[in-house]
Each structure stands twice: as C-alpha cells, then as structure tokens.
Design a binder for this molecule. Structure first.
Ligand code: GLA
Length: 383
C-alpha cells in the first residue's frame, strides 16, 4: 500500500510524499455503550485501517484528498475552519483546529488518504482517520504530544466538532492496540491492561451487515442522554459520578428510582454489561473460550432487548451464529444500528460459514453481508 499511495501522491500533487503512516481500525470484543458511562471495555486494533501520505508544500495551504472519496478540499493553514457538511475531511480539519487551539503552528501540507475499513461499518473508520492525521503531524513536526494527548484531541473532535457525544474507547483502541492483544480499559480512570488473545482453535470473524446507518448519530446521542437521566435519578439516593460505579447488586438496591421502563432498561444494560467485561477478561485469561462466547451472546441479547441498538440485520447474523455448530459466541460490535457483528468461529470452517451465512442473510434481508477473518494488529506507525 505504501508504494501505491506514494505513486498516487505523485500523480495528484506532482511531488513525492515525505512520509507515509498507518493507523488501524478496531473491534470491541465486549463492553458496549460502556465507555461514556465510565466502565470497562475490551477493544482491540485490527489490521484494516487508514494510510496517510503527507508532504509540506510552499503554498500555505492544507490540501486534503482521498483515494476513497471524490470530495476534496484546499484550505488556508494556520486558521481554524468550520465543519463542512458531512464531508470526510472534517475529521482531519477538526484535528488541526485542536492543534491550533494549543498554539501549534503547521504551514501548508498536502495529504493523501486511503482506507480499507468499510465506511459506516462500526469499525471506527472515523477514529482511525483522526488518529492517522494527529499521529502523522505529531511525528513529522515533533509537536511534542504524548499518545494519550492525541487520543483526547481526537475524542474532542468527535464531541465538539463532529457532534457525536461518544466516549474514549475508539480513539484509545486504535492508538494503543497491540498485535494479538485486547485492551482492558477502565474508561473512567483510563487505567488499562493488555489481555492476551489466545483463541486456540477459533478465529475472530467480522460480519458486516452492510446496512446504511442513517440515524446512527442521533440515536447514539439519545442513548447517551438516557444514561445521563438514569444517573441523575440515582443520585437522589446515592452519590455517583457515572453508572458503572454500580455493580448489579448495588444497582438493585436503588433501581426503584428509575420508574420509566426505558430508562430502567438502559441502566440495567450498562450495569450488567460492565460486570460481563470483568467476567470476560477472566474467561479469556483462563482460556475458557466457551464462557467468553456465552458472555458475547448475553451482551448481544442485552443490546437488542434493553439498550435497543441492534436491529434486524445484526440480529439475523447473531441468530444464524447461534444455530451454526462451529460458532461459540457472537454479538454486535460498536455503536450498533447496523454496522458489524463479530463471531468466534472454529478454524477450518471459514468458507462454509461465509457461504451459509451470506445465503441465510440475503434471503432474510434482501442484500448480502460480508465476512472477514480478522487479525488483531498494532497501533499507529510510520511505514
Ligand atoms: C461508538 C463510539 C464509542 C462507543 C461505542 C459503543 O463506537 O464511538 O465511544 O460508545 O460506539 O460501545
């Protein structure tokens, strides 16, 4: 990819790139809709991701182009810019705005991006492009940020520039991911531990529902608000900074305060999902993959019935997995409302699984799903 991107860069800009960087996407193994509630999540970086080639120009302009999109733009460097509709280049522009706020100066740069994370698939193509930009500029210009600063900058871009009130999981995962490891991350304190992923006789399959995710952002923000409502109501009886300070036992002592069934369901998901992450980490450490798989199914059920972020496409995939003899666990991953599911699939059955699942899915949903066997990869780097 480096050489293709270098060639294309020359075609586009008539000069060579000075450096090429890669940043991965992520899957979350378990702990969904937990990060903005201050609990535990267990994501890992994947080998799909975003490449960016950069070179300084002498025009005082930032030029953003991509091999994935026709839309491109050219803006003055060293001044802040507004968000431009739903364009992909809002992500790098948002990052550079944050750098400017910090008093960093960067003169003209030509950027060329390429990504192989399916867009809107819930595998964090947005966090990947944010961190790709932030990491590349930080390295190239020695801006002096720590990796965790870049994570926080990218989260702020999502929250304050793009307008999604997401938590820190995606940016953290794509920045700190390591090959064959998951990150057990406490989203309140940001303390984290790498967990070895030894899947033994299994592989991690990613199934893209290919469902367009039109309403995902507004529904996501609605869930964030519902959790804030639950937190406020619980604070009438106890003092809590976030929902994940409660385990299931303590929650049951106070959940009578949540008289609205929807709010009660949302909070119940959060508290129990957070407990499931600790159990899942223990199961993985001990090599109890069947137990891990059971927790994945329980997570999906809760996201479907209590948190209501699944949908018939993701449910169809998980339903197929439950009946397929060589899968021991499956669930939606990421925000939901379409996007991807993951499954623990016995090695050697990749082809059979793909063929049967695609058939089952297309029959029910009317269009095809895609299946990838994923590898757990490393964080950002220069190539
Ligand atoms: C999206 C958000 C994350 C997280 C997940 C759900 O990926 O960006 O912050 O909330 O949804 O777990």
């Amino acid at each position: 990819m480096k050489s293709t991107l270098t060639e294309k860069f020359k075609d586009q800009y008539n000069h060579n790139p000075s450096a090429v960087y890669f940043t991965p996407g992520r899957v979350n193994l378990i702990g969904e809709h937990i990060d903005y509630n201050g609990g535990l999540v267990m994501p890992c970086a994947i080998t799909l991701g975003t490449w960016v080639a950069i070179a300084p120009n002498n025009d005082g302009k930032f030029r953003f182009r991509s091999l994935n999109f026709d839309a491109q733009t050219e803006v003055e460097s060293n001044v802040k810019h507004e968000k431009d509709g739903g364009n992909w280049f809002n992500y790098p522009i948002g990052v550079i705005n944050e750098f400017l706020k910090d008093g960093k100066k960067i003169d003209g740069i030509d950027f060329l991006y390429h990504g192989n994370i399916p867009i809107g698939s819930g595998l964090s193509s947005s966090a990947s492009i944010e961190i790709a930009t932030a990491f590349a500029l930080n390295e190239f210009f020695n801006l002096g940020y720590e990796k965790l600063d870049l994570v926080k900058i990218a989260k702020s871009v999502e929250n304050n520039f793009i307008g999604v009130n997401s938590g820190i999981m995606d940016q953290f995962a794509v920045t700190f991911g390591e090959q064959d490891k998951a990150i057990l991350l406490d989203c309140d304190t940001l303390k984290n531990k790498m967990v070895d992923i030894n899947l033994g006789n299994y592989v991690l399959a990613i199934i893209n529902t290919n469902k367009p995710r039109e309403l995902a952002e507004s529904k996501y923000n609605e869930r964030v608000e519902e959790c804030q409502t639950a937190l406020k109501l619980l604070n009438e009886e106890i003092t809590l900074n976030n929902l994940c300070e409660l385990n299931t036992e303590k929650f049951l002592l106070h959940n009578h305060l949540l008289t609205d069934q929807t709010i009660l369901n949302r909070a119940t998901h959060v508290v129990k999902e957070n407990d499931r992450v600790s159990l899942a980490a223990k199961a993985l450490n001990a090599g109890y993959l069947e137990e891990f798989g059971r927790l994945m199914y329980a997570s999906h059920e809760s996201l479907r019935d209590l948190y209501e972020v699944s949908g018939k496409e993701l449910d169809t995939v998980v339903e197929f997995c439950m009946d397929y003899e060589h899968v021991i666990g499956a669930r939606m991953t990421g925000a939901g409302f379409g996007g991807c599911a993951i499954a623990l699939l016995e090695k050697g059955f990749e082809e059979d699984f793909t063929k049967k699942l695609v058939h089952f899915y297309e029959d029910r949903i009317g269009y095809a799903a895609d299946v990838y066997v994923s590898h757990i990869g490393n964080g950002p780097r220069q190539l």
